[in-house]
Each structure stands twice: as C-alpha cells, then as structure tokens.
Design a protein around this ligand. Structure first.
Ligand code: CA
Ligand code: CA
Length: 360
C-alpha cells in the first residue's frame, strides 16, 4: 500500500509564506541601502566640511601673508605704489599644499574707478566744486567735476552690440549716479532720478542718497543696462568718498577717460598707447601725479594750465583686494578680502575691511 505524503502546508499558505519571505528580503535590502546611503551622505558631508574648514584655513593663511607683504611694502618703499612691487610679483603664483594648492591675486583697489568720486560735493575741503557754480547758463559739461567728466568718457569706451555708448546716454547715466549719491531730492540734469523714480519701479526700492557701499548698487541706477554694467564691474569699485585713483596702477581700460577738460570724447587707442609708453618708462612708478602730467606725451595729450584735469589722481594706495583660491579635495574654492593699509592712531597697519565670495 502506498501512502501519499501530504505537504505540511496547503498550496495557498505556501504562496503567502513565499510572498512574506520576499517582502522581508525587500525590506531588509531597503534598510541596508538606506543606511548605506545615509552613511555615504554623512561621510560626504563630513568630508566637505573638513575640506571647507581646510580651505578656509589656507585662504586665511594667504590673507595673513598678503597683509604682511603690504605692511612691509609700506615700510620699505614708502608712499609710492606701482606694479613693479613685491605684492604685484607674488600675485597669481600658487603654492603647493598637502591637498592641492593655494594662491590668489592681489589687486590695487585704486587701480579702478571709485564710484563715490561721482558725488557732487567737494571731496577735499576747499576744492573748487563746479557743481555749485551759480551760473546755470553754462554747458552741462562744464557743470561736471573732473571725475564726472572722466566717467562720461569712460562710458563712451564701452562697446555694445549696437555700437559704443553715446555721449548723451553717458551724460544721463552720470546724472542718475549723482542723484543716487547726493542727499537731496532735486533731479540733476536731463538723466537724473530721485526717490520718486525708484519707488515706481517693479519692484520698488529705496534710493541710497549717500555713498555706495557695493558696486552692485550701480546695476540699480536709472539708465544702467545689464550689458553696460557687466563691462563696468571689473573697472569700478566703491571705496569711501575721497579715495582717489593711483596713476601708477590705473587699469589700461581707464586710461582713455583721461583727457582735456573741454574734451567730451575719450582718448583714441593710439593716444592711449602714447600714455602707456610713458607709464612703462617710469619703472619705479611716478613719484607724484604732477610727474605723470609733466611727461612729454601726457602734456601734449592732456594739456596744462586750466585744461588739465588732475583731480583724484595720486601715486599711493590704501585699499587692496585679495582674491584667494585654493584646491582642497576636488573643489576649487574662492573668497575675496578687502584690505585697508594705513595709519590708525599713528600706527601703520593692514587690516581686513570685508570678505565676500561675490562682488564688493
Ligand atoms: Ca539724491
Ligand atoms: Ca539730486
């Protein structure tokens, strides 16, 4: 007699057990994957945090070194700053580190146009201020000061898709900047704009009516387009009022704005070349702005007597931009520091004014 062995579980129950077993496998796998993913994420975060801290340490180290070099420079070479100095030579030379490299660029902030020089008020007490001249019958050009005229010329060097910025547009932008900086609500010239204009914008925003603290304010000003702004950003800076430009370090792109008082147009590329040649001959930098203006080419191009515009040009620098870069791990990190060098309570030193990873 044959006896049939009956299975322990009926067919249906076996199916359920199989599904449960599969579910357990799926569940365990999910838990394992999730734990492993969290572990990896946490590792990545820690690694990132560690590299971030390491990068910060390198960049702060670089900043300390730059402060020291700028301090020594003042002791050794005095008040004159030029592009042949040590701070300029070490610029852009990266150093090896255990995790990659660290380097950066040192730039003289006085090599750019200080936007706060466009204010109407006399910046130096006693300085002649053409803006307050009571004779309003004068040409708008004559009512501007040295720096405002320079900026009108500079704007005309900007090439847009439709051609260079026109004189009238440049004048209007300068009017609007004057209003942005002045404390009053009186609209300047033909292109000026005060609070009313900015309140009507979408979205509305308040006018500063005081010195700019960042170049980004320029992008908000009436008449400024993204195309013009983009080209101006590397050439301008917002330094405190009264901080002029250094003729020894002035960016070549700014040279065309130096012209005779009566000239509304920028210098031509050929004329700029003549100034560049004269500047290159002064290998130790000009010892004074007068020395620059008395050069043969400069005198021929820029005139003398009442025609020459000497305002806000000097040969020494107080503010520097250190743009640090470091490679740690797989990422290049960047940060910028604005440094001030000068006397505080009779003692010379270099200190950090601001740090940013965007534009100042
Ligand atoms: Ca105003
Ligand atoms: Ca005004």
């Amino acid at each position: 007699m044959t006896s049939q062995i009956r299975p322990r579980y009926p067919q249906r129950e076996r199916g359920v057990i199989l599904i449960m077993a599969l579910l357990i496998v799926v569940l365990v796998t999910t838990v394992v994957v999730s734990v492993s993913w969290r572990f990896q994420l946490s590792m990545l975060r820690n690694e990132n945090r560690w590299h971030g801290a390491q990068a910060r340490a390198y960049m702060e180290g670089g900043e300390q070194l730059v402060r020291k070099i700028l301090f020594e420079d003042r002791l050794e070479t005095g008040e004159v700053d030029h592009l042949g100095e040590v701070w300029m030579q070490i610029s852009g030379q990266p150093m090896q580190t255990d995790e990659g490299w660290v380097g950066g660029n040192i730039e003289d902030a006085h090599s750019r146009f200080n936007l706060n020089l466009l204010a109407d008020k006399p910046l130096v007490p006693g300085q002649n201020n053409p803006n307050t001249n009571p004779n309003r019958n004068q040409d708008p050009w004559e009512l501007l000061n040295d720096d405002q005229r320079r900026f009108v010329r500079l704007l005309q060097t900007i090439e847009l898709e439709s051609g260079p910025v026109q004189y009238q547009t440049a004048m209007e932008i300068v009017d609007a900047i004057r209003d942005w900086l002045d404390a009053d609500d009186q609209v300047s010239g033909f292109g000026g704009a005060e609070a009313d204009y900015y309140q009507d914008q979408e979205p509305p925003f308040p006018i500063t009516n005081g010195p700019m603290t960042s170049v980004s304010e320029l992008s908000l000003i009436k008449g400024m387009t993204p195309e013009i702004y983009k080209q101006l950003v590397p050439l301008v800076f917002a330094l405190p009022e009264g901080e002029g430009m250094n003729i020894n370090t002035l960016k070549p792109e700014l040279l065309p704005m130096l012209n005779r008082k009566s000239q509304t147009l920028p210098l031509t590329p050929d004329e700029v070349k003549l100034l560049e040649e004269e500047r290159a001959q002064a290998t130790e930098g000009f010892k004074s702005a007068e020395e620059f203006f008395s050069g043969v080419n400069a005198r021929t191009l820029l005139g003398d007597g009442t025609e020459v515009e000497t305002g806000s040009l000097g040969v020494g620098s107080r503010y520097f931009i250190f743009a640090a870069e470091t490679l740690t791990g797989e990422q290049v990190r960047r940060a910028k520091t604005l440094l001030f060098r000068g006397e505080i309570n009779g003692i010379n030193h270099v200190h950090v004014v601001r740090r940013t990873d965007a534009n100042f």
